[in-house]
Write a protein that binds this ligand. Sequence first.
Ligand SMILES: Cc1cc2nc3c(=O)[nH]c(=O)nc-3n(C[C@H](O)[C@H](O)[C@H](O)COP(=O)(O)OP(=O)(O)OC[C@H]3O[C@@H](n4cnc5c(N)ncnc54)[C@H](O)[C@@H]3O)c2cc1C
Length: 425
Amino acid sequence: MSSHASDPPAMKAAPGNRRVVVIGGGPAGLMAAEVARAAGLEVDVHEAKGSVGRKFLIAGKGGLNLTHSEPMPAFVRRFRERSDEVGGWLREFDADALREWARGLGVETFVGSSGRVFPSDLKAAPLLRGWVRRLRESGVRFHVHHRWLGWNGDTLRFATPGGEGDVHADAVVIALGGGSWPQLGSDGAWQSLLIERGIDVAPLQPANCGFDIDWSGHLASRHAGAPLKPVVAHWRDASGREHHLQGECVISADGIEGSLVYALSAELREAIARDGHATLQLDLAPGRNLERLQKELAKPRGHRSISEHLRRQVGIEGVKAALLYEVLDKSQLDDPATLARTIHRLPLALKRPRPLAEAISSAGGVRLEAMNEVLMLKTRPGTFCAGEMLDWEAPTGGYLLSACFASGHRAGKGAVAWLKASMTA
Ligand SMILES: Cc1cc2nc3c(=O)[nH]c(=O)nc-3n(C[C@H](O)[C@H](O)[C@H](O)COP(=O)(O)OP(=O)(O)OC[C@H]3O[C@@H](n4cnc5c(N)ncnc54)[C@H](O)[C@@H]3O)c2cc1C
């Protein structure tokens, strides 16, 4: 039988009972554990929380977008300036390998209309349950409520329910996640542990996040939670080039969020860091060009209110109308040309990204330059890093989990190769 990257792992002879300690039981850590155990190594997974994969389970609440079906060149471009490096990991463990891996756990996947890939039951729990069972059966040992505190000389220090203790490892894979949704375990506290050991870490920042806007009290109280759809976002990149994207967003009490904003969040966050602010323009009436809007709004409105005129002539009402009242004064609202221009390009002044804790994912993390190509820290031979704690970012669409699995796969293989090499050295 031929073997594939995503086949259930076949046990091989143990290379001298060498032990890999995996710290962090998210998708990246568990994938590294699976690869190392399949190569015959002793594997211990240490997890701070009482169970593994909590963020993976939450991802399941949104249907678990496991990966994306688009061709590899487009797929790797999602990783922006890190597309070369992440592309290297993904070519070893790509979307097809991930789908086969899920199938190996009895979970079929399907491609949705957007090209995104989901488990057929849209759930994460059966996949995680089956995976943890298979790992346990293969001999991987799990240690929950074990919080890594850093190094004590060459050993690893953990806080455990029985007190603090040291753990020896022949190789270590650290996969502690980013800093979003810290209640699920990945709280970014590892940053100081690595920085104090001289490891180069780019500060964690919110990615796939909402942005603050200074709404009036009226808009915030009346329209928070209102979906804005469909709209087309227009923005300029750092070189001044204009871009646009159609989608949906949601007005929040503090600003704006939702899939369209998340998709632009890296560029918007960088613009705010560079210029102190960012302007996002929304076309509130996609499908109607400026000329048509002007013509329709210039029709006499008689005794009808502006709201009624907007609704009848151009189909603008509810939260879309409220946004026009938010940015225009009375005389501007009375001027059809200004009204049309604003519907066509509603300017929203974004102040800052929402806090990291609320974001879907993190940007920043261990700089890829601090590691070699198998994700081993250059300054700590035998220690590998994987997952969202590495310095890459991507939009939602299954890219996050894909890169976490692929980097865990790469780090696990790296640990195996390093231990084998150190035995023959
Ligand atoms: C609401 C939400 C929905 C999402 N939906 C999707 C989606 O549909 N598709 C997608 O691709 N991505 C999605 N993501 C992102 C995805 O879940 C993450 O990118 C992914 O889980 C990161 O995997 P990881 O293994 O790197 O880290 P994590 O999954 O964060 O796991 C890290 C683990 O390390 C443990 N840990 C942290 N510190 C320590 C310590 N000191 N000692 C021991 N253990 C520690 C944590 O408890 C945690 O279990 C979503 C994220 C959120 C918040």
